[in-house]
Design a protein around this ligand. Structure first.
Ligand code: MF3
Ligand code: CO
Ligand code: CO
Length: 255
């Protein structure tokens, strides 16, 4: 394991990358409407990131990923590939944005509802959102990765949903996916101890049904085995002296 500790200068570059990532999600929100295709969402984000932000969309060509963003609709858990599929009223969709600016990555995703989703859809979105924040809440020097996983898992399972185990959060910096792995389940007091200057993501994938997933033949799209709805939210965080700083807050949540 090789966990990088960011210097104050590197932390500043991570703040910039994080803010740009959040800006893309803020920008795309009004476009997430019935009738738009996920390809169109991809194109709008790509043009904004490269043209306005003069940044790089990290997913494009990452291990062969063909697009600039991930769009995961309904029972798609994560890594959905934008395509011709148009959003319909009642869909829930995750948009996952990763931006590289001046060599550093910001990574964040949010759920969007198109019209009024089924009750289970609204619920799984809310449970995943709260679970992410339960994880973020425990981040401070001296806490352990298992504390985060436990906080997320307890929240999800006490709300009758399940946590996907095959995918996890990750260290992030000059590299998209660095050490450590940040599991969304676990035991308190176990795992790597957090230190000031670490940066990583917390990004629980939460299913309304069973936790098992299946990878589609395209090699990317992950779906729930039982076709239940799935939701995910993601923030990039920095461990500070006494807690943490969330680097990917949207404009509405920044002071
Ligand atoms: N953004 C995803 C994450 O949160 C990773 C997407 S990899 C891709 O880690 F290749 F699918 F884009
Ligand atoms: Co991530
Ligand atoms: Co992401």
């Amino acid at each position: 394991m090789n966990i990088s500790i960011k210097t104050p200068e590197e932390q500043q570059l991570m703040r910039v990358a994080g803010r740009l990532t959040a800006d893309v999600l803020d920008m795309i929100e009004p476009h997430v409407q019935a009738g738009i295709s996920t390809d169109e969402l991809d194109r709008i984000c790509h043009e904004y990131i490269t043209g306005v932000q003069e940044a790089i969309p990290a997913p494009l060509d990452y291990n062969g990923f063909p697009k600039s963003i991930c769009t995961s609709v309904n029972h798609v858990v994560c890594h959905g590939i934008p395509g011709e599929r148009r959003l319909r009223r009642g869909d829930i969709v995750n948009i996952d944005i990763t931006v590289i600016k001046d060599g550093f990555h910001g990574d964040s995703s949010r759920m969007f509802a198109v019209g009024t989703p089924p009750v289970q859809g609204t619920r799984v979105m809310q449970v995943a959102f709260a679970a992410m924040w339960e994880g973020i809440r425990v981040v401070r020097p001296g806490a352990r990765l298992g504390d985060i996983g436990h906080a997320v898992q307890s929240w999800v399972e006490s709300h009758d949903c399940s946590v996907v185990r095959e995918y996890c959060g990750h260290g992030i910096g000059r590299i998209f996916h660095e050490d450590p792995q940040v599991l969304h389940y676990g035991e308190p007091g176990t795992g790597v101890e957090l230190r000031e200057g670490m940066t990583f993501t917390i990004e629980p994938m939460v299913n309304a049904g069973a936790r098992q997933v299946r990878l589609l033949p395209d090699g990317w799209t992950v779906v729930t085995k039982d076709h239940s709805l799935s939701a995910q939210w993601e923030h990039t965080v920095l461990v500070t002296a006494h807690g943490c700083e969330v680097l990917t807050l949207g404009a509405a949540d920044r002071k």
